[in-house]
Design a protein around this ligand. Structure first.
Ligand code: SF4
Length: 493
């Protein structure tokens, strides 16, 4: 029996019908669809063999690889099969993304619908498992890590109540072994451990995953050089993996998991191999050529409008490579605002190599290029950024009008204090003005207009496609209605 168990809650241990886009459904609160059916539609349990998931979140796989590489007996298990493996475990490692639903998407939906999102409910369900409580009583140590750990600072009572021993904030490859050793030896662990600058791993210190990642997600790089004030990624240095490392990890997915699809993960894949905000043409083309050659399909986790707008010819060359094997591909894209003034204040380098004053033009150009080259973006807009004025909002609303013919999803997110703005206040319902409401409704209408088309493209001939269409239409109308009523209240600290 393993000494270290690794897991994540049910909403993270799913392949979302092989589509990350569906995973956004975990941010929603319970609604008119019965919970059991909703779970099947949006986060069906990943397949398991004797309780071991055939794929797991990429971040968890990195930690698993690090621990195995350092000689520990670690095993990733499905959350519904912990009971079978926990008896002799000394450490339970839990990966979190948005454990309390405080992330921008889930907290916006929670504010609109006044209910706790599924992902928060399922994290609590995991923590309440009797087998974990029993193991805790005999001395099991619980260590939590992942992009959502910042939320525990807002929930100190939960940390105490559920006996979480250590919360690791930051990239954990260089520190996980010493924390686990401390747990094994004397049991004294720091409640919060923030990795210092010296503990951020260099490329050669990041192990390859040894078991498959969900939906073939593979990191191509870490960090971002654009420095937006509201973002925590910006605090990490920029590092790009070599082609060889990326291909080795794709091989793990193909050979062990039979996952022939790859999603390249980076904050801006267009900048692969670049040291600044200008794409490196040769490296970007080579990366995509190599990935397409190896896989049956490819998507990108994120890319930036500025990189695309700065190199339209390069972007269409890359799209030709990707479209050899598929009719479209997807990525997450940050629009955040349509106001050049606000862009200058909170994301001055987001438009680079263009000036922040040119941001709305950059967005229109980049979105147009995506539409023409069949990249379907899921875009974010931030509502309630500190210092946002009425004029900023009017410009964002005008931008939405200009984007109405671009095949895309545009998701409004209430401002969440992160990155350099972590000491600012949360955006609250009391601050929701008529202009905010107008902007939210514009987004719902935009998505409503495109959703059938997007679902048809994403799930050709799948039985659940029409369910998703009906659900989304109803959900969007309901959200619109709630926003119009304005009686929104926020369910948070
Ligand atoms: S919001 Fe995007 S572009 Fe800005 S710093 Fe974060 S990752 Fe980089």
């Amino acid at each position: 029996m393993p000494e270290i168990l690794l897991t994540a809650d049910r909403t993270l241990m799913s392949d979302y019908h092989h589509n990350e886009f569906i995973g956004f459904g975990t941010c929603a609160p319970p609604n008119f669809i019965p919970n059991w059916l909703y779970g099947r539609l949006f986060f069906p349990p990943i397949k398991t063999k004797r309780g071991i998931p055939i794929a797991a979140p990429y971040g968890l796989r990195k930690i698993e690889a690090q621990l195995l590489g350092e000689g520990f007996d670690a095993l990733t298990v499905d959350p519904d099969h912990i009971r079978e493996y926990i008896n002799e475990a000394k450490v339970l490692g839990i990966h979190v993304m948005d454990p309390f639903g405080l992330g921008p998407a889930s907290s916006t939906l929670a504010a609109i619908f006044k209910k706790e999102p599924f992902l928060a409910q399922y994290f609590r369900i995991l923590m309440e498992k009797t087998e974990i409580k029993k193991a805790k009583r005999r001395g099991l140590k619980i260590i939590v890590g992942g992009p959502g750990v910042w939320q525990f600072r807002f929930r100190p009572r939960f940390v105490k109540e559920y006996g979480i021993d250590c919360i690791i904030e930051g990239e954990a490859e260089k520190v996980i072994a010493k924390i686990v050793r401390a747990a094994f030896n004397d049991g004294t662990l720091p409640q919060y451990y923030t990795t210092g600058i010296q503990e951020i791993p260099r490329l050669e210190e990041i192990p390859d995953i040894v078991n498959p990642s969900i939906n073939g997600l593979i990191e191509a790089g870490r960090g971002c050089c654009r420095g937006c004030e509201f973002c925590s990624v910006t605090l990490r240095p920029l590092r790009w993996y070599s082609y060889e490392k990326i291909l080795r990890e794709i091989d793990v997915n193909i050979k062990i998991g039979r996952i022939t699809w790859c999603c390249l993960q980076a904050e801006d894949i267009m900048l692969y191999g670049s040291k600044n905000t200008l794409p490196d043409e040769d490296k970007l083309i080579r990366l995509n050529e190599l990935a397409v050659k190896k896989c049956e399909g490819l998507s990108w986790s994120h890319c930036s409008l500025a990189s695309i707008a700065s190199k339209p010819k390069l972007f269409s060359e890359v799209s030709e490579i990707i479209l050899r094997k598929q009719p479209w591909w997807g990525a997450e894209v940050g629009i955040e605002t349509g106001s050049p003034e606000l862009a200058k204040k909170v994301m001055p380098a987001k438009a680079h190599p263009f000036k922040p004053e040119e941001w709305p033009k950059v967005v229109r150009t980049g979105m147009g290029l995506m539409h023409d080259n069949k990249l379907i973006p899921a875009c974010t807009l931030i509502v309630g950024t500190p210092e946002e004025t009425e004029s900023d909002l009017i410009k964002t609303i005008e931008l939405m009008d200009d984007l109405k013919d671009i095949r895309s999803l545009i998701v409004p997110l209430f401002f969440v204090p992160l990155g350099r703005l972590k000491d600012e206040g949360w955006f609250k319902e009391a601050q929701l003005t008529q202009l905010h409401k107008e902007l939210l409704i514009k987004c719902f209408e935009h998505d409503f207009h495109w959703i059938d088309n997007l679902i048809d493209l994403a799930f050709p001939e799948k039985w659940y496609a029409s369910f998703l269409q009906i659900f989304y239409r109803f959900f969007a109308r309901l959200a619109e209605h709630r926003v119009e009523r304005a009686g929104i209240s926020r369910n948070r600290k």
